[in-house]
Design a protein around this ligand. Structure first.
Ligand code: URA
Length: 242
């Protein structure tokens, strides 16, 4: 296997970053610094270290993408650029986005080939926190906040036909944006279709801009620009229970 592929499999970084790390002499194979990405190694025999730490094998790949607006959260699409198109350089099969953000929504998206983690983060039973920055048309009244926080009817029904209110949520009112539109942070524990937009609609408001800031323990790295991505760090993986 190529050394850069092996390092990629260990979430050391993106292909581009790995090339740079190798150039900087951060990787050794059996104690010898190797600077070329296309060197072949035998993963069953050779001892590969990065920054002095011996790597143990990881089957899966984990990337944090700052999804830009205008890109679809799908693995392929005939008309639009997909989030996977933005990771083309990785050349990794079986990657999928962990959940969906609308085409006009920005922010944190985890991309991985670890189906168990995807299930864990998306399962409605797990109630994983998702925090969104939401720019809205009108300021929220105290009553609006109460309704949003206690559970609101967004038109969904339970199996028995009764109204399926949203689960309790948290609203944090922030300053206005540059255009004077009110900004809130909304924390929800579900991932229903267009949920944030429908919640705001249900209190007579309108979402003008939507950005996901976090999902469970994973926070959008603000040093990324929209469209950029990076491998998850060891710490982030640990916090996800990996
Ligand atoms: N809620 C929405 O309405 N859209 C998103 O993309 C995510 C949450």
């Amino acid at each position: 296997m190529r050394l850069d592929k092996y390092l990629g499999d260990h979430n050391v970084g993106t292909r581009k970053q790995i090339k740079e790390y190798l150039k900087n002499g951060r990787c050794t194979v059996n104690g010898t610094v190797i600077t070329k990405p296309d060197v072949h190694i035998d993963e069953n025999v050779d001892e590969i270290s990065f920054d002095g730490k011996v790597l143990s094998y990881s089957r899966f790949h984990y990337f944090m993408l700052y999804k830009p607006a205008g890109v679809v959260s799908a693995t392929n699409d005939k008309r639009n650029t997909t989030v996977l198109d933005l990771l083309k350089e990785e050349n990794v099969r079986d990657l999928s986005p962990c959940g969906r953000l609308d085409i006009d929504t920005e922010g944190l998206l985890l991309i991985t080939d670890d189906g168990v983690l995807i299930h864990k983060l998306l399962s409605p039973k797990k109630h994983v926190d998702k925090v969104y920055e939401v720019h809205i048309k009108h300021a929220l009244s105290d009553d609006d906040i109460k309704v949003l926080e206690n559970g609101v009817d967004i038109g969904d029904k339970n199996d028995d036909g009764s109204k399926k209110l949203t689960l309790p949520a948290k609203v944090y009112v922030k300053d206005s944006d540059n255009e004077g539109n009110p900004v809130i942070e909304l924390t929800i524990h579900e991932g229903r279709f267009h949920q944030v937009k429908r919640m705001l609609e249900a209190v007579g408001n309108e979402v003008l801009f939507l950005k996901r800031l976090s999902m469970g323990s994973l926070f959008l790295d603000e040093s990324l620009n929209p469209g950029e991505y990076r491998a998850l760090t060891d710490e982030e993986l640990k916090e996800l229970g990996l």
